[in-house]
Design a protein around this ligand. Structure first.
Ligand code: ZN
Length: 292
C-alpha cells in the first residue's frame, strides 16, 4: 500500500468510511468515574451494529480495544468473519498524554500482537483512545507507525479539552515524520480525520458519537454530502454502547452523564438513516479500491 495508490482512490470517492470504536460503556466514562466490577454489555451491543451492517450491506473498520479482544475473542472473530476490517484502539483506553510514550508503545505492541493472533492477519489501521493524538502528543503517531500501521484515524480537526487539532486538514491526507523534501513513504502515515463542518471560520465536530446524538443525523448527512462534493470521503465513528438503550446506574458528574448517554436509544435509528443514504466501507477496502 502506498500513499499514491491511496490518493488515486480518494480523488473520486465512491464511498464513505464508517468506523466503530469497540469498547464497553464503562470505558467511555473511565476518565470521570471508576466503576467497580462493571458488567460488560458488548455481547449484546456489538451484534446490534453487526446485524445492521449486514442488513444494509455496509462494511466498517472496527477499532478494537486490547482489553475487549482479551475478554471477547469470539466477537473479534465474528467481525472478521463478516468481512469487516479489524483495527486497533490501544489496550486500556487511557489518554496517551496520561500514560506517556513508553507505556503507549507497550500498549500498542501488546494490543497489536493480540489482535493479529486472533485475526490471523496484520493490523493496518489505528485509532488512539479518546482521539488523543493532539499537538502535544504528536509523538504518538511515530509510535503507531513504528508498530506497523499504515492508516490512522486519531485526529479530530476541531477543539475539545481532551482532544483535537483545530488546524489539521479535514480530508484524508499523508502525515510526514521527515524534514526532508523528498520523503520516503516509510516516513508517512495516512490520516483519516473525523468529519467536521466549517462554520464561522471554525471546524464544528459532527462526525459521530455524542455529536450525532445531540445534533441528529440530518446535519451529519448534510456534512457528508458537503465533503463528497469536494471529492473526499467522510469518516464517521460510533460506539456499540451508543446503540444500546442501557444507561448505567452509576453516580458521577450529572452533566457529563447526560452528555455521555443522551439519546442512546435513538442512535440505532440515526445510523440506519445514514446506512440507507450512503455507501460505507472500511479504511482498508477504501484504500484498496476494493469497493463493490
Ligand atoms: Zn474509545
Amino acid at each position: 500500500m502506498t500513499a499514491s495508490k491511496f490518493m488515486n482512490c480518494a480523488s473520486n470517492p465512491p464511498a464513505n468510511i464508517l468506523t466503530v470504536d469497540v469498547e464497553d460503556w464503562y470505558h467511555g466514562i473511565s476518565r470521570y468515574v471508576e466503576v467497580p466490577s462493571p458488567k460488560s454489555r458488548l455481547q449484546y451491543s456489538l451484534p446490534i451494529i453487526l446485524d445492521l451492517l449486514r442488513e444494509y450491506r455496509a462494511k466498517a473498520t472496527f477499532f478494537v480495544l486490547g482489553e475487549v479482544a482479551q475478554n471477547f475473542p469470539e466477537l473479534v472473530e465474528r467481525i472478521v468473519a463478516e468481512g469487516h476490517e479489524v483495527g486497533c484502539h490501544g489496550f486500556s483506553h487511557r489518554h496517551i498524554e496520561e500514560i506517556g510514550a513508553v507505556a503507549f508503545d507497550e500498549e500498542v505492541r501488546k494490543a497489536t500482537r493480540l489482535l493479529e493472533k486472533i485475526c490471523g492477519s496484520p493490523m493496518l489501521s489505528f485509532r488512539a483512545p479518546i482521539f488523543s493524538i493532539t499537538k502535544s502528543t504528536f509523538w504518538g503517531l511515530k509510535i503507531i507507525k513504528k508498530n506497523g500501521y499504515i492508516f490512522d484515524s486519531s485526529i479530530f480537526p476541531t477543539y475539545h479539552p481532551f482532544y483535537g487539532i483545530p488546524n489539521e486538514p479535514c480530508q484524508p491526507h499523508a502525515i510526514s515524520f521527515s524534514d526532508k523534501k523528498n520523503n520516503d513513504l516509510e516516513d508517512e502515515i495516512i490520516e483519516f480525520p473525523i468529519l467536521t463542518r466549517r462554520f464561522l471560520n471554525t471546524n464544528i465536530p459532527v462526525g459521530g458519537g455524542a455529536y450525532l446524538r445531540f445534533l441528529g443525523q440530518l446535519l451529519l448527512a448534510n456534512s457528508v454530502i458537503n465533503m463528497n462534493t469536494k471529492g473526499w470521503p467522510a469518516t464517521i465513528y460510533i460506539h456499540p454502547w451508543e446503540l444500546d438503550s442501557f444507561v448505567p446506574n452509576v453516580k458521577f458528574n450529572p452533566a457529563i452523564k447526560f452528555i455521555t448517554f443522551h439519546n442512546v436509544g435513538k442512535t440505532k435509528r440515526y445510523l440506519e438513516t445514514l446506512l440507507r443514504t450512503f455507501k460505507f466501507v472500511s479504511i482498508r477496502d477504501f484504500c484498496r479500491g476494493d469497493i463493490t
